[in-house]
Design a protein around this ligand. Structure first.
Ligand code: HEC
Ligand code: HEC
Ligand code: HEC
Length: 152
């Protein structure tokens, strides 16, 4: 093998390597949301979720509806998964340092729902901020736009 041929081969190997690396970094950028927009899900505070992240991503609606049915229809008042608990760990603070309501696109539950065009009616009755944040001067819940009290 001549010296030129050998260096031509080495050059070919290097070119191929560079191409592979460029491809891989391109993929990494896409996965981080470079080209494909992904929902920006705010980080939770506090301990672990009530189930694994994978399970929660897929099944939180079933869990919530199951608990609602148990509570509303069967009268079980010690629901395992209380909506208020979800909101406590998943509260997102606005500029004023107070948790934002579901009217705000930054609300934890809305980040994905807006992305996936899901609409839920839950917060017409339930407060969308943790109980601690709904306390007003009269000790009532966070109010709806029409002045009605929300469930806490
Ligand atoms: C003790 C705190 C805590 C409670 C209570 C809690 N979570 Fe979580 N949740 C977490 C943590 C921590 C994660 C992992 C992701 C993170 O760190 O933000 C998570 C992840 C999730 C995810 C997946 C988010 C993602 O990044 O894909 C969903 C959906 C979710 N929780 C919904 C709920 C719902 C609904 C409830 C109420 C039934 C709830 N969580 C109660 C702490 C909590
Ligand atoms: C028409 C009003 C209304 C709507 C809409 C509504 N709920 Fe409720 N929900 C209630 C009432 C009333 C209770 C019983 C409250 C109690 O036991 O103190 C309840 C209880 C619950 C409970 C168990 C207790 C708790 O505080 O967490 C869960 C979980 C729940 N609802 C989830 C949901 C979800 C999820 C949605 C939306 C898909 C929803 N609810 C929509 C009125 C409503
Ligand atoms: C990781 C993304 C993500 C987060 C965070 C999230 N959701 Fe969802 N949620 C979805 C998706 C996607 C669907 C639609 C699933 C389907 O249609 O199969 C959905 C559906 C639901 C449904 C059922 C709606 C229906 O029409 O039946 C309820 C109720 C619900 N979510 C409640 C919540 C609440 C409450 C929170 C905040 C505590 C929350 N979700 C946070 C992704 C998310």
């Amino acid at each position: 093998m001549t010296a030129t041929l050998r260096s031509a081969r080495i050059l070919a190997v290097i070119t191929a390597l560079v191409a592979v690396l460029a491809c891989a970094s391109g993929l990494a950028v896409a996965a981080e949301g470079g080209r494909v927009p992904m929902p920006q899900i705010p980080k939770a505070q506090g301990g672990q979720c009530v189930a694994s992240i994978d399970d929660m991503r897929r099944n939180h609606m079933n869990l919530l509806k199951h608990e609602r049915d148990a509570s509303v229809h069967l009268g079980e008042r010690k629901a395992k998964a209380q909506l208020d608990d979800c909101l406590t760990c998943h509260a997102v603070n606005g500029a004023n340092g107070k948790p934002v309501t579901y009217d705000d696109g930054r609300h934890f539950c809305r980040t994905c729902h807006d992305y996936a065009a899901v609409s839920v009616d839950c917060f017409q009755c339930h407060a969308s901020v943790p109980k601690a944040a709904t306390k007003s001067a009269e000790g009532k819940g966070a109010r709806l736009g029409n002045g009605q009290d929300r469930l806490q």
